[in-house]
Design a protein around this ligand. Sequence first.
Ligand code: ZN
Length: 387
Amino acid sequence: MYTPTHTEFINIVPIFPNGRDYKDIIEMSGSEILESVVPRSIIIGKSILGKIPDLIQSLGLKSRVMILMGPITRNVVGEEIYDVVTDQGMDCETIIVENSSLETTETYVDIVEQYKPNVLISVGGGKNIDTGKYCILRSSRRMELISVPTSTPHDGLASPFIFLNNPTEKLIGEIRPPIAVIADIEKILTHPNLIRYLAAGVGDTIGKITAIWDWKYAWRIKSEKYSRFVGGVLENADTLFQSQVSEATIDPEHAVHVVLKALLIAGVLMGTSNDIRVGYGSEHMFSAALAAEIDADILHGERIALGTLMMARLQGQDHKQIRKILNKANCPTRIDELSEKIPSEAVIRALQTTHKMNPMYTVLGRTGLTEAAAWNLGIGSGVINPL
Ligand SMILES: [Zn+2]
């Protein structure tokens, strides 16, 4: 098994199945076999955590369980899952995920390897789910992941792709997507930062507008593989989602349903097409570049919203319409609306390095933006104020 050192991971080459790397994937011809792997069960409802033991059995999984949860999700959901699982006589251990730095996550890998579970249950937002995916990626054992979201921060809930903060947001690689997703609406509604996380989920979903544009652009310019079917489904889903955003902001429960389904659809489509381009374009590359510039309390979806506004303007798309949708969802569209202030110069530096965050071809081309172009874009899109 490939066992990279920490240093290798900092200059990371994403790991994909069968020894492929990203270049192989984008150069894969249409005649090759494309393996689609998607979750086998997605359950959305109220008071459904008690279904987990039955789900484990119905999926034919052995009942040695490891729960990964955060310090907060432990009280809200994690302990309840521990109780329902052990009440059914299943073996269960827990890991409290403190952070998702590569170094810390490696220690969780060691714990998982020692306990030898058959099922990992990741409880929480994106961090714990990515940590669970990473443990499976690094393990020599066959394990399945059950994703139990307690918020709606991004589309990793059901996707095969792994991102960790190492120290910045980087694509680590790909595994089989979670075998099941169980989203308890009641639990999500009790999240202390419900509205902010909902808005961030809208931000990540709206990013599909620029990601699909980049995907099509690379298809036209570089003859990259593009799925008209998946792109079409996603565009329609995104349009439907946009029409429901204003309604959703009035009713939090409806909002959770809308945002959750949008994120799950995007994650499943990533598994269907086996292509990260479904939900990852220049807006996500900007998000990674900004995360590398500043260590601030900004959610992934909030960075994506800013990136989408700027990349949409660069692509000649209607960025003002995107701003309206984000405003309806209370998602920040300017850096001075973020919960933590960041300097304009950090955005400008991030814009100038965005094209280096991933080898994929986007609207930024191979050379990216000059400093003057970055200022024009930041100010023109309304994300930063003129000096
Ligand atoms: Zn995302």
